[in-house]
Design a protein around this ligand. Structure first.
Ligand SMILES: NC(=O)c1ccc[n+]([C@@H]2O[C@H](COP(=O)([O-])OP(=O)(O)OC[C@H]3O[C@@H](n4cnc5c(N)ncnc54)[C@H](OP(=O)(O)O)[C@@H]3O)[C@@H](O)[C@H]2O)c1
Length: 246
């Protein structure tokens, strides 16, 4: 395959779909994953219409290790080189430390930290192969963290802790892998206008939220950079706030 290939988790809706659409317009081949098969099929059609070189889908729940393995297996079946791994699937969890049920803490860490860790491990041979085949560009991981992983926010302890862990994981990944041309970048935004942030529209108006297209543009830009630039984290605040709040 001559087109660059990206695996995009959470690529059926929201930020992941926005990034996938942006990459489709640039002619990437895409392996897109989520749980809802119908929405994935609709996304596949839209991505092909937008110019993707090829689109495959995997229906998989990232809360379970078997879901992670299904994604790795599908990638291995398709190609021996993965140029980009976009980790967008995630769950949000609101609640104070005092009362947050530990089951929600566990689910958040399973999807937002454990699954990315396992996907980094599982995809590493193909990311390394892509970097070896294209040393100038290398291969890059782009993972959606959150501004709450950088600046603590009341009521978002489990979510913020999970995203802080994700940011740290990517920093270590860079220390270990970037010499070989594989690097990772966290994107850490405040509220982005998607389904996930719908619950807060009463306090943060939709037109004050970050547009999905801005995050997609950032991701596409990161994937055009040379392997010589390692960017650990891009924090994106909202206009009019204090620059630290979600
Ligand atoms: N929206 C925001 O305000 C905001 C701000 C900062 C960071 N982020 C981060 O950005 C990422 C994307 O958020 P978003 O706003 O695009 O969310 P979204 O609109 O809710 O979309 C989430 C995507 O992930 C998939 N997904 C959710 N749970 C999954 C699971 N257990 N296994 C596999 N796939 C799953 C969803 O598809 P299915 O439901 O079909 O599985 C969907 O494709 C997340 O990591 C989030 O934490 C979001």
């Amino acid at each position: 395959m001559t087109a660059r290939l990206a695996v995009v988790t959470g690529g059926s809706r929201g930020i992941g779909f926005g990034i996938a659409m942006r990459l489709a317009a640039d002619g990437w081949a895409l392996l897109v994953t989520a749980r809802d098969a119908d929405r994935l099929a609709a996304a596949r059609a839209e991505l092909l219409a937008a110019g993707a070189a090829g689109v495959r889908t995997v229906t998989a729940d990232l809360a379970a290790d078997a879901g992670v393995q299904a994604i790795v297996d599908a990638a291995v079946e398709w190609t021996d080189r993965v140029d980009a791994l976009v980790l967008s699937a995630g769950v949000g969890t609101a609640g104070p430390v005092a009362t947050l049920p530990v089951a929600r803490y566990d689910k958040t860490f399973a999807v937002d930290v454990r699954a990315p860790f396992l996907l980094l491990q599982g995809m590493l041979p193909q990311l390394r192969a892509a970097a070896a085949a294209n040393p100038a560009l290398g291969a890059r991981v782009v993972a959606l963290a959150s501004i709450t992983g950088v600046h603590a926010e009341p009521g978002l302890a489990a979510y913020g802790a999970a995203k802080a862990a994700l940011i740290s994981l990517l920093e270590t990944f860079n220390a270990e892998e970037s010499v070989g041309g594989v690097s990772a970048t966290a994107i850490s935004p405040g509220y982005v206008d998607t389904d996930m942030s719908a619950w807060t529209r009463g306090t943060v108006p939709q037109d004050a939220m970050i547009p999905v297209d801005d995050i997609a543009e950032l991701a596409a830009g990161l994937l055009r950079l040379s392997a010589r630039s390692v960017i650990p984290n891009v924090v994106v605040g909202r206009a009019g706030g204090d620059g630290r709040r979600a």
